[in-house]
Design a protein around this ligand. Structure first.
Ligand SMILES: Cc1cc2nc3c(=O)[nH]c(=O)nc-3n(C[C@H](O)[C@H](O)[C@H](O)COP(=O)(O)OP(=O)(O)OC[C@H]3O[C@@H](n4cnc5c(N)ncnc54)[C@H](O)[C@@H]3O)c2cc1C
Ligand SMILES: *[C@@H]1O[C@H](CO)[C@@H](O)[C@H](O)[C@H]1NC(C)=O
Ligand SMILES: CC(=O)N[C@H]1CO[C@H](CO)[C@@H](O)[C@@H]1O
Length: 426
């Protein structure tokens, strides 16, 4: 296994999102030297509800102490109730059938991020804030970054720099522009005070149990979740939007605009939106990107991980999970390859991950269309048809064991076919 050389592998990681943090933690666990560069000056993270399926839940649970910190801040409902836009009950989806697949974690992005961040520090990741990477470079023997005009060199760079990735441009040799997906999401995270004041919505703020409700209509869906003993509420309203694409999370949203997206919906939906304090609402355009021809640099020492390599539609409910799987897989490949074989590790990482990610990305479109393009006469007769498909190949999956299992055969296949490239059409 790997090399016996005295010097540990030196891994430079860019971006402290869930992809970068996971890569950093897993690389530390394997004894590598890790520096994690984050452009932001503070840890403060924006966002609202973020979901981790059981495939990434198992990664959190493998980090000592993390599960215990996540439990109290995460959402725990018995099921997801589906209703029509005129508030007729359709069906309840429960998760009992997948209990054996492991635990899911859904909660506030910033709060979950803080727990992971603290764990990364505990395991000895050298996190450098205020370090925006300006440039990437590589030779046959090393790779590095330029940060605050300083060149920093390592054996390999893992770039988890998000949807607006600079590394992606270096890896591809051209700038890959996003496309509109034709949809946008109004999203809010708020205290439940406003809901409690209105009898039509007060029941949602239940201190005894978390609730999860989805109202569905033609080309729109509205998901509401409460958590933290009835004190917090998150809602997302996905609707058609042909506006110009901008890959930003920060555009403020407006209550009146959100209501205009569902003018003839049941009053309760309007009441929930009206209970949203100013400033708690974000208008986020969903972008698409064609699958990239490759995630790795010409000399195979820089690899894209997470959203930099593959943005997900929220309806796949897998974006954050897949970014974590990338980090785990890259760390396993580097461990098995050792310091002398970094380019082989990087190629194996790409080959192991690419087809799985592509297949998972596609579920974002199929899930969305199952809701938005539903024929409501059919849905009323077949309420079960709106349930989210739960695929065991996505969720009941241990990416670490998988990487250990397939590493050798992957490397052998790459040696036999040195020109292998990902198939973007699978
Ligand atoms: C502000 C924000 C809010 C989000 N909110 C939600 C949400 O509420 N719900 C949800 O499901 N998903 C949300 N996402 C997306 C979600 O976090 C990702 O889809 C997923 O977690 C994959 O993460 P990632 O690590 O690949 O990328 P990201 O989470 O995007 O992290 C990338 C990191 O890289 C840093 N970075 C970028 N360029 C550089 C550079 N040149 N040098 C150094 N650092 C750099 C960024 O500051 C960022 O911290 C949000 C993303 C962002 C950026
Ligand atoms: C993988 O190959 C290495 C040597 O190339 C060998 O030592 C190791 O046992 C193999 N691992 C598996 C799981 O087959
Ligand atoms: C590299 C960088 O500056 N990343 C982000 C820091 O946080 C803001 C939001 O607060 C983002 O817009 C930046 O992209």
């Amino acid at each position: 296994m790997g090399s016996m050389s005295a010097e540990p592998l030196k891994v430079l990681i860019v971006g402290a999102g869930f992809g970068g943090l996971t890569a950093a933690i897993e690389c530390r666990k394997k004894g590598f030297d890790v520096i994690l560069f984050e452009g932001n000056k503070s840890r403060r993270q924006l966002g609202d509800i973020i979901s981790f399926g059981s495939n990434s839940g198992r990664i959190f649970r493998s980090w000592p102490g993390v599960e215990e910190k996540l439990d109290p801040i995460c959402h725990h409902s018995d099921g997801l109730d589906f209703r029509t836009y005129d508030d007729e009950f359709l069906c309840r989806q429960t998760w009992g059938a997948e209990a054996d697949w492991g635990k899911r974690f859904n909660g506030h992005r910033g709060e979950i991020h803080e727990v992971c961040w603290n764990h990364a520090i505990e395991v000895g990741v050298d996190i450098r804030l205020g370090c925006k990477v300006q440039e990437y470079f590589e030779t046959e023997t090393e790779a590095g970054v330029v940060v605050n005009d300083e060149r920093i060199v390592g054996d390999v760079v893992l770039a988890g720099d998000g949807v607006r990735s600079l590394a992606r441009t270096i890896v591809l040799g051209f700038e890959d522009k996003p496309k509109s997906s034709g949809y946008a999401v109004y999203r809010a995270w708020m205290p439940t005070d406003g809901l409690k004041k209105n009898p039509s919505t007060a029941w949602l703020a239940n201190p005894e149990k978390d609730l999860h409700v989805g109202w569905l209509g033609p080309d729109v869906h509205f998901l509401v979740a409460t958590l933290q003993k009835g004190t917090a509420c998150s809602w997302v309203l996905t609707h058609k939007d042909e506006a110009d694409v901008e890959e930003s999370w920060s555009a403020p949203g407006y209550v009146d605009e959100a209501i205009k997206a569902i003018p003839d919906w049941a009053p309760i939906c309007h009441d929930i939106i009206r209970a949203t304090p100013e400033g708690a609402l974000v208008d986020w355009k969903l972008v698409f990107r064609d699958p990239l021809p490759t995630w790795i640099s010409p000399k195979r020492r820089i690899a894209l991980i997470g959203d930099a390599a593959h943005p997900f539609l929220p309806t796949s409910i897998q974006g954050a999970s897949q970014s974590m799987e990338d980090g785990v897989t890259a760390a396993v490949c580097l461990e098995l390859a050792g310091k002398e074989n970094v380019p082989e590790a990087i190629r194996a990482y790409e080959k192991i991950r690419y087809p799985r990610v592509l297949a998972t990305q596609r579920t974002g479109v199929t899930n969305r269309d199952a809701w938005h393009k539903a024929d409501f006469d059919y849905v009323r007769k077949n309420p079960e048809s709106v349930k989210l498909p739960r695929m065991d190949w996505v969720l009941n999956f241990d990416c670490e064991t998988h990487a250990y299992d397939v590493y050798n055969e992957t490397v052998e296949s790459l040696r036999a076919d040195p020109n292998w490239k990902p198939d973007t059409t699978l």
